[in-house]
Design a protein around this ligand. Structure first.
Ligand SMILES: [Fe+2]
Length: 385
């Protein structure tokens, strides 16, 4: 997040002596991205963060592919993904390519007895159901329905849920996830025409500093494998940090819709960008106000991107038989558009209450075996008269 943040205690000058009350030195760590060219954070530990005690083994979490080359439109019933106690075991990858993986999860355990670190990907976790606290090495964030949690790669975290009823839509991205550049000035400040501003970005507020030694399991994801690494010091032992690379939260309910007199294209809904896909938020808004406007979208050709829509809540004007938790996949190469009758029905309506998250990928997505378990195989024929 190109927004400076500081939490806890740090010395006035970087890379200088910073001492504990007993005179010992704190251990500095520069946490950088994209070599030394991307955003970074400078943090100070109670203990050396390098004390690996044991690597207990590893196991693959690589998605199993059912359809590598897909041209069929699908609907997936996301809430049919089973509730599974453990957070990591509950994660079911449904769509994937070499840039990103779209995952559904319904964990029921309120917490984990391990820490987790994804070194492969930034994680964008959309909270469809559930409340709780994201706890990280760089401080904590409370979350609730409608929040996006952006966890940059390498951030050690765990999640405390308040109840066992949780539904998560997760985008794992091997490309860094940013907010759209076109909404920023040359200093990085969000411009007046941006659908959100700095006040909407929630930064970590509560730093946990545990100066403990013992055995601490961190499940480290690297190249689609999870390594069980035991560290000799508590991973949340940071006394302070500053910089630009940290997790943050943004609520979809804080996205201010951009509307027009005729139908506005998907980029007005854009919330996040990478060089491999975009993420858009469709939120309750006034419909187009030209006297002859057709609020439903026109047919459009996805000639070079796969379109994934995750339906969150409200009504969905262009689709029939869509419920919360459903995912539609409209693959590149063929056009798609409103279901029969929905275009006519939209005329004269003034407002929509739809709430949805869209992911448009520039490379085709592969359909996983987990996705096929919740797939509607007839969906692609649902535009026939
Ligand atoms: Fe579309």
């Amino acid at each position: 997040m190109p927004l400076y943040h500081k939490l806890g205690n740090i010395p006035p000058k970087r890379h200088t002596q910073f001492r504990k009350p007993n005179g010992d030195l704190y251990y500095e760590q520069l946490f950088g991205t994209i070599g030394f060219d991307g955003m970074s954070t400078n943090l100070y530990h109670e203990q050396r963060p390098t004390q690996v005690k044991e690597i207990k083994g590893s196991y693959s979490v690589k998605p199993k592919i059912a359809r590598a080359n897909n041209i069929q439109s699908y609907r997936f019933r996301g809430f049919q993904v089973p509730q599974i106690p453990d957070f990591l075991e509950s994660r079911k990858a449904v769509l994937t390519n070499s840039d990103c993986t779209i995952t559904l999860a319904a964990p029921t355990n309120k917490t984990q007895d391990y820490f987790y670190k994804n070194t492969d990907a930034d994680e964008l976790i959309f909270i469809h159901k559930g409340t709780g606290k994201l706890r990280t090495i760089l401080g904590n964030l409370d979350f609730k329905y409608g929040d996006y949690l952006l966890i940059p790669r390498g951030i050690i975290y765990k999640i405390d849920f308040d109840t066992d009823d949780n539904r998560l839509f997760i985008v794992e991205s091997r490309r860094p996830i940013y907010t759209p550049k076109r909404y920023r000035n040359w200093f990085g400040q969000l411009l007046e025409h941006s659908p959100f501003c700095e006040r909407d970005i929630r930064r970590p507020y509560e730093l946990e500093t545990n100066d403990e030694k013992g055995e601490f399991l961190i499940k480290v994801r690297k190249q689609d494998e999870i390594f069980d690494m035991v560290y000799a010091t508590h991973p949340f032992d940071v006394v302070g940090y500053d910089g630009y690379n940290y997790p943050y939260a943004f609520s979809i309910h804080d996205f201010e819709p951009i509307t027009g007199s005729i139908h506005q294209p998907p980029p007005v809904h854009q919330t996040f960008e990478t060089d491999a896909f975009v993420v858009c938020s469709f939120v309750p808004r006034m419909y187009d106000y030209h006297p002859d406007a057709i609020p439903a979208p026109y047919n459009h050709s996805n000639i070079d991107s796969d379109e994934v829509l995750y339906y969150v809540d409200g009504d969905f004007m262009s689709r029939k038989d869509i419920a919360p938790g459903h995912i539609s996949l409209h693959p590149a190469g063929i056009p798609h558009g409103p279901h029969p009758g929905t275009m006519e029905k939209s005329i004269g309506q003034t407002r929509t209450e739809e709430l949805a998250v869209m992911v448009d990928t520039f490379k085709p997505l592969m359909v996983t075996e987990e996705a096929m378990k919740i797939a509607d195989e007839q969906y692609y024929q649902s535009w026939l008269d």
